[in-house]
Design a protein around this ligand. Sequence first.
Ligand code: HEC
Ligand code: HEC
Ligand code: HEC
Ligand code: HEC
Ligand code: HEC
Ligand code: HEC
Ligand code: HEC
Ligand code: HEC
Length: 442
Amino acid sequence: MGAGLVAALFAGLWWVNQPAASRLKKNTAPNPPAVPRGFGGSASCQECHAEEFSAWASSHHALAERPPAALDEVAFVPGRTFKHATQQTAFRKTNARLEVIAAGLHGTNETFPVQRILAHEPLRQMLVGFPGGRLQVTEAAWDPRSNEWFNVYGQEDRRPGEWGHWTGRGMNWNSMCATCHNTGLQKNYDAPTDSYHTTMVETGVGCEACHGPLQAHNDWQRTHPKTRTKDPTIPKFTRDEIFDTCAACHARRAEITGKPKPGDKFFDHHLLGIVDDSSTFYPDGQIAEEDYEATAFMGSRMFHQGVRCLDCHNVHGLKTKLPGNLLCLTCHGPGATNAPAINPVTHSHHQVFGCDTNGVPTHLDPAKYQPALIKETGGECVNCHMPQTPYMQRHWRHDHGFTIPDPLLTKQFGIPNACNRCHTGQSADWSLQFVEQWYATR
Ligand code: HEC
Ligand code: HEC
Ligand code: HEC
Ligand code: HEC
Ligand code: HEC
Ligand code: HEC
Ligand code: HEC
Ligand code: HEC
């Protein structure tokens, strides 16, 4: 299902309950509240924290939402047209403006200037302006790897007037997307006029989305250069507070207050989408719909032993700290930690890239781990313990539940298992026989 819509369904359930009459009153909105005080903005940090800044600047956080840039022009120049189901959308550059020509609210094609771009890789969606302070997300998305336009809804033919059409409430940026893709965002919905006065500190996930407002820190540092006095303005977060900050955006959740601050408790501000008898998750905790990472991870044994996001991810560049099995073996290697020690070869019963037949690593040099090479083998920890599912047609996301592949669950309850995600030509019984043979006696 379209990622946007799923996030939307959950994030925006309250919307449906708005009385229709209240949407029709004439515009009497008060002046929008000012952007929250106390923020310096990411650009202000660069002069003193060049290293963190450069790692962040090329990360997906910095690019999570942004004005169109030179790198986006390839999608519009030369102009082109793309057909999806019964509709046709065109793209072009007119003077300095990038434009989308698509079926608008009334069903006929209209020209919409692109105001901002949502996300970076493996796909980008366009934001265009609508009345009432709204931005809407186009269903046509750009894939920068294959250089082509595609429909985030796949073969679905959503029509103008439908809730889930890109012009509809379901694809409204203000209510459905903005909070997680920006910094210090306030939706500022005005029910009597059914309009938005959305404000933010900056587009994208900036430094202060995680560190909190730090203008006071900028001021203190500038007035106390090189003093030995301890800077009183820096907030220090615990591992759990950091996790809660990530979870605010990396969990499928509904907002309660709409005003979480970095370091606040997740549950003070959100209702978590959980593993229940709906179809959001499989009963063993694997992600089924667009669930992001935090819920599945909270259900894992690793989480309960204190493992957190930053044990595996670099905080500013976001990539994993080591490639492939090397990451997992920092804790699961023999004698490394209290984690169960795993010999990749005897444990997986598959060929393992970078190991000899005894499971002794032969390629400890991370540079030799080429993603293209390791994906070919069945012996990667992530292939069995972080199975991947495509979202928005193009993004293969890793399940963060760290579940055990179990073909018996497939047989009995139809829950997918990692073995048959690769061995698609085989049955669950086929996998089960090997799982029993390989692991039953353990
Ligand atoms: C709950 C927070 C949240 C909301 C709400 C949200 N996103 Fe995202 N979005 C994320 C996160 C986190 C990622 C990174 C991918 C991941 O976590 O697996 C992401 C990634 C993306 C991507 C990049 C492709 C990808 O799969 O990584 C696009 C495009 C995107 N979101 C569009 C949208 C649109 C459109 C909406 C609203 C209709 C929306 N998002 C609402 C958090 C959110
Ligand atoms: C004028 C220079 C300057 C500016 C501007 C500045 N910082 Fe700092 N920052 C420092 C110095 C110096 C320290 C170390 C202070 C100490 O340890 O007492 C520091 C410490 C920090 C720390 C804590 C580091 C730790 O070890 O825990 C964080 C986080 C931080 N800065 C974030 C930011 C962010 C975000 C911005 C932009 C909003 C910013 N800084 C702007 C100079 C600056
Ligand atoms: C304000 C919301 C927000 C917060 C807070 C946040 N993220 Fe994200 N994160 C996003 C969005 C949105 C994306 C997707 C951006 C895109 O695809 O352009 C993303 C992407 C990522 C990615 C994927 C990067 C890649 O290269 O594919 C990782 C990893 C990640 N975040 C980890 C974290 C961690 C760890 C934390 C906490 C320390 C955190 N995030 C806090 C919103 C957030
Ligand atoms: C996704 C959340 C997130 C974003 C965005 C982010 N930081 Fe951080 N940053 C953290 C966390 C969490 C830590 C503490 C890491 C730890 O304790 O291991 C940290 C640590 C730091 C430190 C201490 C030194 C270090 O590298 O560990 C500095 C300085 C810093 N950040 C500055 C910045 C600046 C400047 C930006 C923007 C250019 C930024 N951060 C963006 C979450 C974030
Ligand atoms: C920071 C250390 C650390 C890292 C890195 C780490 N693990 Fe773990 N892992 C643990 C600990 C500790 C446990 C044991 C939890 C317990 O005993 O309940 C564990 C348990 C597990 C389990 C058992 C889960 C269950 O429910 O039976 C799996 C599977 C697993 N890890 C897979 C991985 C994979 C795959 C990676 C790499 C992507 C990885 N681990 C990286 C520390 C780590
Ligand atoms: C071919 C699939 C496959 C691969 C690849 C794989 N595992 Fe497993 N893993 C399993 C199965 C099946 C089980 C459950 C049976 C068992 O406990 O031995 C399991 C169990 C585990 C456990 C729980 C063991 C315990 O004692 O509680 C951990 C930890 C684990 N794997 C970590 C890893 C790590 C780390 C890697 C990569 C070095 C890895 N696995 C690669 C299939 C795989
Ligand atoms: C035990 C290690 C581990 C932990 C803990 C972990 N991740 Fe990941 N994460 C990975 C691996 C491995 C990938 C795949 C990276 C790749 O293919 O380059 C990944 C990928 C991602 C991605 C990119 C989308 C995807 O699914 O491929 C996001 C976003 C992400 N992680 C966020 C988080 C957040 C947020 C947390 C904490 C709630 C977290 N991760 C905890 C290992 C981990
Ligand atoms: C990442 C995809 C992937 C996953 C996940 C995976 N395999 Fe494999 N499997 C392969 C590949 C590739 C080979 C052949 C080369 C090798 O051994 O790595 C293979 C070989 C095999 C073989 C021997 C060759 C044959 O086809 O008779 C068996 C049996 C097997 N896998 C069973 C399993 C079982 C059981 C699981 C789950 C516990 C599993 N595989 C998980 C990719 C995968």
